[in-house]
Design a protein around this ligand. Sequence first.
Ligand SMILES: Cc1cc2nc3c(=O)[nH]c(=O)nc-3n(C[C@H](O)[C@H](O)[C@H](O)COP(=O)(O)OP(=O)(O)OC[C@H]3O[C@@H](n4cnc5c(N)ncnc54)[C@H](O)[C@@H]3O)c2cc1C
Length: 607
Amino acid sequence: MKTDHYDAVFLGGGLASGMMARYLKREHPDLNILVIEKNTTTHYNPGESTVGVAGLFFIRDLGLSTYLYLNHLPKCGLRYLFHDRETHNGKPFDVTNCSEIGPNILPIFPTFQVDRKRLDADLWRLNREIGIEVETGNLVTDVEFGEGDALHKVQVSSNGKSRTVETRWVVNSLGRGSKTNDIFDRLSPITIDDEHLAAGAWGRFTNTGDIDLLGDDAWRKKVGYTARYLSTNHFMGRGFWIWAIPIGDGVVSWGIVYDKNIIRDLTQQDAFVEFLKEQPLVAKLLEDAEIVDFQSHPHLTWKRESFCSTDRWACVGDAHGFLDPFYSPGCDVLSRQAYLLEHLIPEQEPAQLKEKVDLVNEYTWHEYDLVKLLYKDQYNGFGSFEIFNIKSLWDFHSYTNRLLWYFYDRKYRDGDFVKAALKTKDKTMELTAAIQDGFRDLALYLTETGQYERQNLGEYSLRQNRFRIEEEMLTGYDDAISVNNHFQICKFTVSELIESRFGLKGLLTNRMAQHALSVAELSGFKLNEEWLESFCGKVARDLESQLQDKFGNNGYHVTVDGESFSQPIPKGLDDLPEDVKSYATNLWQEKAVNTVADSLITGPKSG
Ligand SMILES: Cc1cc2nc3c(=O)[nH]c(=O)nc-3n(C[C@H](O)[C@H](O)[C@H](O)COP(=O)(O)OP(=O)(O)OC[C@H]3O[C@@H](n4cnc5c(N)ncnc54)[C@H](O)[C@@H]3O)c2cc1C
């Protein structure tokens, strides 16, 4: 029986271990790392679309830029297509009518659509080349955890023979379905999260049609002749979204993720294919397609109690938990976890380790809770362009301005940054929840009033293009700018939600209204009449107090309601003396400038 000694042994050789082991070895070449994988060949897996953080991590931290461009597909951003199920405007279904949110320029931070079968296998090879031991065809059967300073013993079986490897750290990267996860269940119990009931079904198809060939020249010109085919395309509907991700060699990955409260069970292949073909645009693209393989999961959302322990183990990737694949966050999470692991694995004093373990465990819970707000109760709005056009801007802007910028500046490697993020976590949660609840409530209102799809035809939005802040990022992180950007997007979003829900105009550009949208006001935001009434009252009092400051206490009484924002002056002020009226009118008509609108780069004007 052979015994080996390692600094870290990764159990499972999927994407999580491929990325994290590579990162640790590149940053700390002295670390002695072993990856143990039961299979000898890789297979297709979801995790094919990367977004900004993961793209940056692959290129910058893993040194895989040339490799990705030569072996996988560059990606043309995220794209969302909607349609009007009932009428198609009284015409036959036509893709050029579908409302759409998507870029007409390439992203500033390169992203890719990867072939997981190829990527996982190449990472085994590329990681061996930098000195990581990757043993395939080896099944992890047990772990005996060493007490105190004693090394852990990992039992491995290969070709009927078993052996033990010894290691200081054990990293569980076994993925989701592995029975061997039982070893960790008693150390870090699993929480199946019933607050978000998402299920998924997915498969690979050959002979998928080329979306770029479906429309005319004007339709292609709208996207600056960039390839829609190379976007991660989302076909949106109430309660679900469908992805189409090209992964090379003529294969396209298709998947459906849905809210089980809204959509029937699709976890069987027949039901999956039937549902795809019920969607007019998807059906067109799949006319001649053939399915290659199929997988499904009846409940996607779950998490382990702890990410890591002072007993020198950590659970990463799918073995740690999973939320929802919407916005392709999987590889982003793996990238951040690589930075978090780096706080733990390089050798350190026990007292330091305790502090770091507590910090990382608290942070991973916070990130899970925060990101869950983007998905929970949101699927009901996914079929409405109007709602999603507001939501996707908030989500995309917050992602870019906060998560991506932090990552660009390698913030997650800095314990003090993580501590500071945790100090403000309650406020962050409160504000995010208030805004996400607004999307949920807009969906309920537009449904009740039969207006849910009123913008689903004929609209084209560039809100997934690029922000000027992405260029600022290249010169380094600036907390004051980032915080202000976030404040601005919150004001912008709340204003748009109110305008949409109440059919109002002018709130977004009214300086007094925008001034009244303080952080406290935003955190307590509710998309209902009571909140609007109280907010209007606040704006009215602000105007009254400015009139009093100027003209003394003359008992001027101002009444503001939602309609006032599109009026030259709030109702009832017409009878004021001319000088007061003129002053009030000037105040009321002062325009607000929101930096979010300025920051969105809309690319070349399309015809
Ligand atoms: C529906 C869906 C869509 C997704 N889409 C995206 C996306 O577009 N973009 C994105 O970034 N992420 C996406 N993800 C997330 C992504 O799939 C995961 O982040 C990623 O696969 C996690 O990798 P992993 O290494 O943790 O698990 P896996 O890739 O499952 O790897 C686990 C490895 O452990 C091995 N193993 C298991 N048991 C043993 C054992 N006893 N001994 C030895 N080896 C063992 C397995 O063979 C496997 O190789 C999606 C997830 C889902 C469910």
